[in-house]
Write a protein that binds this ligand. Structure first.
Ligand code: GLU
Length: 484
């Protein structure tokens, strides 16, 4: 078969990492088989629409490199790919089902449904529509509907027997039909529910495989029966495992960002998030962690998706991100870092950045896990520093400000006339430490704070080389004044 998969988000907010994991798996399945990946906007719940969310979702997919072959912006043979532009189709199919007696008009008011639910709860019965309107005379129902009485269309679910879902990930699951209930296909506002619209579209768009969240499992028997009533072949289903935080509760804001774009803005690389999401429920071989895009495509296989929950491990994501940062070719890292710094450095830092980012990049590439760590670490190259007396003295020279001052002055002398290269700087200052009988790390710690304004920085001598003689010497001189 030609493998066609789709990502079918409801545009109700930021692109959630869980949904994008679904998109990623669907994309991989299509790419592995050389099939098509479609994007379909499921905007049938008019109350929950958030303007702009379709654009954000596309931005997230593009950032991760998940391209689509058919969709709202690129079109395709099954257009339109936005459900609110396909309402006529759903109405026609709903009417056909009513005519076939596989669906019926239901006139129950929200108040009645509410009472029914409460009564069921009180009697400890599973919640489902009690079928009041299903038992009305069909001619009477259609007359009331024709007269304009408010109604929904419900699916007439078989009231007995079983429906078996052959899940690609979980194997066969059987359901008692009587527990499913008559779910709504078409709402009173004329919009379809997910159940009707997604099933009709998966058929119309010739979707072969549907990967979706595990929360849809209980709806699956209804969906299979609906396909049968429509006379369509259902796609193959795989219900993806939940994503939980490390504390085993459902992934939420408490565990960190849940929007893919927030990860981008925090300085994660798309390669790292791609790799990480691809391992949330799928594995290559139980041991490999670093997997390239090409390897994912080559090896992706639904039979290696597991059903038990996947754990969102931020440490692993950070580790992967550090790995992909280190792996980047130096010039590419320079470009990415420059973009990040342009965003993160305060606006009053003079542009264009001097020294250029390309010179600074090699000093941090091995040292950061997140691009967002770069600005605080490197800001001293471009902005003045004002270390306080306490910072300069630190623990080591707290009681000996005189020693610190003398060391700073002698450092200035030692640097006078030295070739401004990190190895020469290091040699001169190591010699000074020996001569002054002070531990090199204590001396270098003092100089580090003086030059970079911080106790933690990229390597001192390389930093001084890039910062330049003039600025470095100026900062050491300032430190002398602060300490003195
Ligand atoms: N619109 C549904 C959602 O966002 C899609 C579920 C599916 O993939 O079928 O949850």
């Amino acid at each position: 078969v030609n493998v066609r998969t789709r990502y079918a988000p409801s545009p109700t907010g930021e692109p959630h990492v869980g949904n994008i994991r679904t998109a990623l798996f669907s994309w991989l399945l299509a790419r592995h088989h050389g099939g098509q990946f479609l994007l379909r906007v499921e905007d049938t719940d008019q109350n929950r629409l958030v303007p702009g969310s379709v654009e954000l979702m596309m931005e997230a997919l593009r950032w991760l490199g998940l391209d689509w072959d058919e969709g709202p912006d690129v079109g395709g043979p099954k257009a339109p790919y936005v459900q609110s532009e396909r309402l006529g189709l759903y109405k026609r199919e709903a009417a056909r089902l009513v005519q076939q007696r596989d669906a019926y008009e239901c006139f129950c008011t929200p108040e009645r449904l509410d009472e029914m639910r409460k009564a069921q709860q009180a009697a400890k019965l599973p919640p489902k529509y009690d079928g009041l309107c299903r038992r009305l005379d069909p001619a009477g129902r259609s007359a009331r509907a024709a007269a304009g009485e408010q109604h929904v269309i419900r699916f007439a679910m078989p009231e007995s027997g079983e429906t078996v879902l052959h899940d690609l990930i979980r194997g066969d699951i059987s359901f008692q039909n009587e527990l499913v209930g008559d779910f709504v296909l078409l709402k009173s506002d004329g919009f379809p529910t997910y159940h009707l619209a997604a099933m009709v579209d998966d058929h119309e768009m010739e979707i072969s495989h549907v990967l979706r969240g595990e929360e849809w499992i209980s709806s699956a028997p209804g969906h299979l029966r609906l396909f049968e009533a429509l006379g369509f072949e259902p796609p193959l289903y795989g219900h993806l495992p939940l994503i939980l935080g490390k504390d085993r509760s459902k992934l939420s804001k408490r565990h960190g960002a849940v929007s893919v774009l927030a990860y981008r803005d925090q300085g994660y690389l798309p390669e790292a998030l791609f790799n990480f999401l691809g391992l949330l429920g799928w594995s290559l071989d139980d041991s490999t962690t670093v997997i390239s895009r090409e390897q994912f495509i080559d090896h992706f296989d639904v039979t290696r998706i597991v059903s038990n929950p996947a754990i969102w491990d931020t440490d692993k994501l950070d580790w992967l991100n550090g790995h992909y940062i280190r792996e980047m070719p130096a010039d590419e890292f320079g470009r990415v870092l420059e973009e990040q710094l342009e965003r993160d450095l305060p606006p009053d830092v003079p542009r264009p950045l001097d020294p250029p980012v390309a010179k600074v990049a090699p000093l941090v590439q091995e040292r950061i896990k997140l691009l967002s760590e770069a600005a605080p670490l490197t800001q001293f190259f471009w902005a003045e520093v004002h270390p306080t007396l306490d910072q300069l003295l630190g623990k080591r020279f707290k009681e000996e400000p005189g020693t610190a001052k003398a060391l700073l002055e002698k450092s200035l002398q030692a640097l006078d006339g030295v070739e401004w290269r990190h190895d020469a700087l290091e040699a001169a200052l190591r010699a000074l430490a020996e001569q002054e009988n002070v531990k090199p790390r204590d001396l270098f710690g003092l100089l580090r704070v003086a030059v970079t304004g911080a106790e933690v920085s990229p390597p001192l001598f390389e930093s001084m080389e890039v910062l330049g003689r003039q600025k470095s010497v100026f900062r050491l001189g300032q430190a002398v004044l602060t300490v003195g």
